[in-house]
Write a protein that binds this ligand. Structure first.
Ligand code: SF4
Length: 175
């Protein structure tokens, strides 16, 4: 999204449309009895005022959004009259709301992304030691179930307290 203000300052903001909360349980006639993403916050025009479901959607897509932001920022840095890049946002289809982080949260997300990219680069060069991995807590084992380090009979990593290495009976270590 390209924006400008009354002082002719110009901005760019990555916006991603997400359809979570728009299918099962969606109530087109009565949003208060629809999905949690349909429940409005008090200040509906404020994209930084979020309910817990909106926070969750942003969190679930935080790396994707941070990557968009990073790419936009890199392009604008190489442009003579580059625009300021605003924190990325999600357009929540279920409510029609734009939701976003503030600048300080964005800095943290960008830092997380940089750490992840460095980690991926080191990992692809086989420079990662297993004890360098901050393992997910058991309640976040769903994340590990999609991770290549946790696939196949030989688990290179997994949630904290789960067994890693050769798993004789994967059902005993299901996550
Ligand atoms: S298995 Fe889980 S803890 Fe290990 S690297 Fe993958 S996501 Fe992180």
């Amino acid at each position: 999204m390209a924006l400008s203000d009354e002082s002719n300052n110009r901005f760019l903001m990555a916006v991603d449309i997400k359809t979570e909360g728009s299918l099962y349980g969606f109530n087109q006639y009565d949003s208060l009895n629809g999905t949690p993403l349909q429940i409005p916050v008090d200040d509906i025009e404020n994209r930084f005022k979020l309910n817990s479901s909106e926070k969750e959607v942003l969190e679930n897509h935080s790396f994707q959004l941070a990557l968009y932001h990073h790419v936009l920022d890199s392009i604008q840095k190489n442009s003579k009259d580059g625009r300021k890049i605003l924190p990325p946002s999600i357009y929540v289809a279920a409510s029609g709301r734009l939701v976003s982080w503030n600048d300080s949260e964005q800095k943290n997300k960008q830092q997380d992304l940089n750490e992840l990219l460095n980690w991926i680069a080191k990992s692809s060069l086989n420079q990662i030691e297993i004890d360098e991995i901050r393992r997910q807590p058991p309640e976040k084992s769903e994340i590990c179930s999609k991770c290549p380090y946790n696939s196949g009979p030989i688990k290179l990593c997994g949630p904290l307290e789960s067994e890693i290495g050769l798993i004789e009976n994967p059902l005993d270590n299901a996550n």
